[in-house]
Design a protein around this ligand. Sequence first.
Ligand code: ATP
Ligand code: MG
Ligand code: MG
Length: 350
Amino acid sequence: GATIGIIGSGQLGRMIGMAAAQLGYRIHVYAPESGPANDVAFTHTRGAYDDAAALAAFAAQVDVVTYEFENVAAEPIAGLGAKVRPSTRSLEVAQDRLAEKAFVEALGGRPARWAPVPDRAALDAAIEAVGCPAVLKTTRFGYDGKGQARLASTADAYAAWSAIGGAPAVLEAFVPFEHEFSILVVRGGDGASLSYPPVHNVHRDGILDVSRIPAPAPVAAQWTEAAALAGRVADALGHVGVLCLEFFCGAEGPVFNEMAPRVHNSGHWTIEGAVTSQFENHVRAICGLPLGPTAATGQSIAMTNLIGDDVGEWPALFGEPGAHVHLYGKHEARPGRKMGHVTRVEPFAT
Ligand code: ATP
Ligand code: MG
Ligand code: MG
């Protein structure tokens, strides 16, 4: 069988690898250190994400290269050429909040009011333009709510700027949303695409806590517009693989939050809760196989992250019939660290 190279060694790479193994592929991980993905990898190249020579040597040993997170320099990966799927275009756009908002706006999407904050001096003007309450976010490298600070009023400007460490940032209006949701799209190299049912996401301390399907009625009402936008984004990027767009359910329609050019935590439910998991469909897409159906296999599905000390709940979970427990094999539980997840599927009534 062919070998899939994965840049990154986290749990997303691990679950891509598990799906790939089922389809007969081998996995070669590229990362500076070993992580959850190594347990399922056939081989591992240790190298820095910006080491173009090491990346090229790795790519020469595999048939296709994909990535499990977007916080890596695009340039050295772009040097790997057409083997990289999704292409580095998706990486470039999705790793920079300014580029991502501009890209989505050009396709008719509506982010919350925003203004770039390249330096401290620009923050006051940005507050003037955006208003308060607002959220200041680093343009790059943020995840799980890291690199963000909220401003209740202008008086918080100094604290917010120092909280994010003075990196280039963007100021966004705070969206008083009732619901948050995401759309997962998978697009093949032939341009065919499918989307999964809308996912209702609840965050705790900036980290995804629970994903639920079906989403509540207000989300369902905004789904057509949001899914159409996700499809346009995937097409415009020429994206191959899974793409996730996050939205707030706003009073005047879906408010675009951010996107991820990869499999996503809000798609973990698809392993047991959809006909074809996001991981398998990602593999199918990047390997040129037909995509699998994305329909839900139950009438209600909930995926709950096991974070940090939620480790204490594991024994009880194993005693719960129908609780699908996933542990990522991380040795050390730290506050805010994603250690695993559990999915519960309520079958359709017969
Ligand atoms: P991820 O792990 O999803 O990549 P991230 O660090 O990139 O997270 P965001 O998705 O931008 O962060 O924000 C994390 C969460 O914080 C959001 O899901 C939402 O709950 C809240 N949030 C972010 N921006 C806003 C906003 N403008 N208005 C209201 N809530 C917000
Ligand atoms: Mg993000
Ligand atoms: Mg997010």
